[in-house]
Write a protein that binds this ligand. Structure first.
Ligand SMILES: Nc1ncnc2c1ncn2[C@@H]1O[C@H](COP(=O)(O)OP(=O)(O)OP(=O)(O)O)[C@@H](O)[C@H]1O
Ligand SMILES: [Mg+2]
Length: 338
């Protein structure tokens, strides 16, 4: 049996061959700072962020699409997988996604993390490729596809053709950086201290990066920086645009940069089909309009945007036979196998 894992900065998703997506939990670990003993992982650990007592920390061990704390990621993957694999999978082959520009050391850390439960072999696929497969495209065809997967730690942009990435870029600031900007903004503007989970809820509820004319309100709850007492403020979409717009503009500008690098033979395809956005942050209000304004192309957000990468990796399991040369003809869109 083979497994696909999408180790996201925000969420970890697992797909088991012949079963489909079996897990989608927060990439968070709660642990004892001194002994490194793990208390919780996944959604249970996410709920503890900002609420842990002294000496206990709840943190995202993945940052900007790369592994920041390898031992924590390995433990998290092992615990999460043992929850979904009721029958212990014996030496599975694992397909996983990596950002376009990753160093050998970073790749090695991913291999260690996803093989912590005894994988036989690990196969990589660049995130934009996995996202395109998840959208249902035939990525081995010579037709050009322009896709951007915008998540929590990275925005992975790629132009695909014949099973490869012909132009691509990875931006290291996305959803979680916006949450941090909202925390800073609320502190500065209202003297109110809030946590990143509250900021994320605010971004999802009223965050907007392009004027859509819709003004919504969200109640932000926190602690007064002066009195120390609990307090709340009501914020509206237009003011939350201020702290998050720069990050969104930077992503849109990077998408435009990649557009300028497209080989001439593929330009026609991209102009006809436009750009497809996947990943959780693609659902942010105004994101598609912002990218469309920056590129003058039509932009579409996939209906199941946050799940495209894991569904694509699940489909990519079918290419393992090509990567292993069990079938001699045909393109393998999977990268180096370890
Ligand atoms: N409806 C929504 N509106 C705005 N933002 C959203 C929405 N849903 C999810 N997000 C944001 O999308 C991000 C998560 O996206 P995703 O699950 O694609 O990330 P990830 O795969 O874990 O991270 P990465 O691929 O960057 O390592 C978070 O920042 C989350 O707050
Ligand atoms: Mg992702």
């Amino acid at each position: 049996m083979n497994i696909a894992i999408d180790l996201g900065s925000d969420r970890t998703r697992v797909f088991i061959e012949h079963q489909g997506k079996v897990l989608d939990e927060a990439s968070v670990v709660t642990y004892d700072v001194d002994t490194q003993e793990i208390y919780a992982v996944g959604d249970a650990a996410y709920a503890m962020i900002g609420k842990t007592p002294l000496g206990i920390r709840a943190a995202h061990p993945m940052d900007s699409g790369v592994i920041a704390q390898s031992d924590m990621v390995e433990a998290m993957v092992d615990i999460l997988l043992s929850e979904v694999c009721t029958v212990r999978v014996v030496n599975p082959r694992v397909v996983t996604a990596i950002p376009c520009q990753l160093t050998e050391v970073e790749k090695r850390a991913v291999v260690n993390a996803v093989s912590s439960f005894g994988a036989r072999k690990v196969y990589f696929m660049e995130t934009p490729k996995a996202a395109a497969l998840g959208c249902g495209f035939d990525i081995t065809s010579p037709h050009g596809i322009f896709i951007a997967d915008i998540g929590s730690g990275t925005a992975d942009i790629g132009v695909l053709s014949l099973g490869g990435v012909t132009a691509g870029k990875s931006v290291k600031k996305a959803g979680s950086a916006m949450d941090e900007e909202i925390v800073k903004y609320i502190r500065k503007r209202y003297n109110l201290i809030i946590g990143t989970n509250m900021a994320e809820a605010c971004k999802k509820a009223v965050g907007c990066v392009y004027p859509t004319g819709v003004e919504e309100t969200f109640r932000v709850k926190g602690r007064d920086a002066v009195s120390g007492l609990p307090r709340y403020v009501d914020v509206v979409s237009s003011e939350i645009m201020e702290p998050i717009k720069e990050i969104a503009d930077n992503i849109a500008a990077s998408i435009r940069d990649v557009l300028e690098e497209i080989p001439p033979e593929l330009v026609g395809d991209v102009y006809t089909d436009g750009i497809i956005l996947t990943g959780g942050l693609a659902k942010l209000q105004g994101m598609a309009q912002l990218v469309s304004a920056a590129t003058k192309l039509k932009v579409r957000v996939h209906k199941y945007a946050p799940d495209c990468v894991i569904m694509g990796l699940g489909r990519a399991i079918g290419y393992i036979r090509y990567a292993d040369k069990e079938i001699s003809t045909g393109i393998s869109p999977l990268l180096t196998a370890y």
